[in-house]
Design a protein around this ligand. Structure first.
Ligand SMILES: Cc1cc2nc3c(=O)[nH]c(=O)nc-3n(C[C@H](O)[C@H](O)[C@H](O)COP(=O)(O)O)c2cc1C
Length: 351
């Protein structure tokens, strides 16, 4: 097959697979199309090696959270990447690990420290039903307790270590202030045959407010996060100043735009039109998936494949949805977009 026809075939396959792929599910969900297939097609299109095991496969996030900090990190992470999620839960509910000067939490950690090879040292957790064959990549997210990995998460890794052998494993640790090197050591002790990738991400009380940008930077270092697994935010910088954040839609136009933005940000000029939008040519064309739409303020649409429209009012037309600017009132949106004040420069980026 010539290169031209191979490219056409791949692009057709990409469109078909991407259009029907389910991008996120729970661990018990059915997937009509394996996202790994879509990953592989994109990797070929991007010139990556098809056989590189680190860049393919599904991702599972396994986490434990007692007071909600790790839960919040995982919630944010799942807005950025496609992954299934499993929560580790104690078999015995309602225990207060911090009561009496952390008596229970401290005793649990001590028991594991003293006899790390004895199953009886590990506090019981509720059973998890995970088909590990589906996953090549596991993100483990855990709190730190007394400088070690929280006991319940240690139980999960102790019980599932053999199934995690050979998987790519990345680690997120949340503490108040203590350093996480012993938690990393716990993970490596409990999953000795895991393929630990990248630096563990350490979220603590000093940097917790920056969790979204910490996760954006961290996921960018993980070799198994491929472009189409990122359901990133889109950032719009207006005239080099104000930065707006939009949540991206999930379609082939967004995949094409994200693939371009991974190469470099796009700056374009946009003008007012019709008293309801700023529109401008992007300088390149993207795959369309036009549908008749009544737009709302904040909507970002691809028009004719090569124009980006940002709405501060409403209109009825056929567009390819790109995303939505969140969290601004209409007046705030109009101010940020300099509505009805003529030409502005907009830089689009995804990190
Ligand atoms: C039993 C226990 C022991 C802890 N020990 C430490 C510690 O040694 N150092 C520290 O910085 N934080 C410690 N913490 C605080 C947690 O690591 C921190 O609040 C973490 O963000 C909690 O995550 P979670 O809200 O998902 O449970 C401890 C918390 C508990 C419950």
């Amino acid at each position: 097959m010539t290169k031209k026809y191979l490219t056409l075939a791949l692009m057709s396959l990409f469109v078909l697979l991407t259009a029907s792929a389910q991008k996120r599910g729970d661990v018990n969900g059915d997937h009509a199309v394996d996202v790994a297939d879509v990953n592989e097609v994109i990797n070929i299109m991007l010139g990556k090696s098809q056989s590189d095991p680190a860049t393919t496969g599904r991702t599972l996030i396994a986490y434990y959270s007692y007071t909600g900090n790790v839960q919040a990190i995982v919630d944010e992470l799942t807005t950025m990447i496609d992954a299934d999620v499993v929560e580790v839960q104690p078999a015995e509910e309602g225990l207060q690990y911090e009561a009496n000067n952390y008596a229970i939490g401290s005793a649990l950690i001590s028991a594991i420290r003293e006899n790390p090879d004895d199953p009886a040292s590990y506090p019981a957790i509720k059973p998890t039903r995970i088909d590990y064959g589906q996953y090549d990549n596991i993100i483990v997210a855990a709190p730190l307790w007394w400088s070690q990995m929280a006991a319940l998460m240690q139980t999960f890794l102790f019980e599932n270590g053999p199934q995690l052998a050979g998987k790519n494993i990345a680690l997120i640790v949340s503490s108040s202030s203590s350093g996480i090197s012993s938690v990393v050591a716990d993970a490596k002790r409990l999953v000795p045959s895991g393929n630990f990738v990248g630096e563990a991400l350490w979220v603590n009380d000093r940097n917790r407010a920056n969790t979204p940008s910490l996760l954006t930077d961290w996921t960018a270092t993980l070799p198994f996060i491929t472009p189409n697994t990122m359901t990133n935010k889109l950032y719009l910088t207006i005239d080099g100043g104000t930065q707006l954040t939009a949540t991206l839609a999930d379609n082939v136009s967004v995949d094409a735009l994200v693939a371009a933005l991974l190469q470099s940000p796009i700056t374009y000029q946009a003008e007012d039109y019709g008293g309801f939008e700023k529109v401008g040519a992007l300088g390149q064309s993207f795959t369309t998936c036009d549908t008749p739409t009544t737009t709302q303020p904040g909507d970002i649409m691809l028009y004719q494949g090569n124009n980006l429209v940002i709405f501060y009012g409403t209109n009825n037309w056929s567009y390819s949805p790109i995303g939505k600017i969140e969290g601004l009132t209409v007046d705030e949106l109009k101010t940020a977009l300099k509505a009805n004040q003529g030409k502005i420069s907009i830089t689009l980026s995804i990190n």
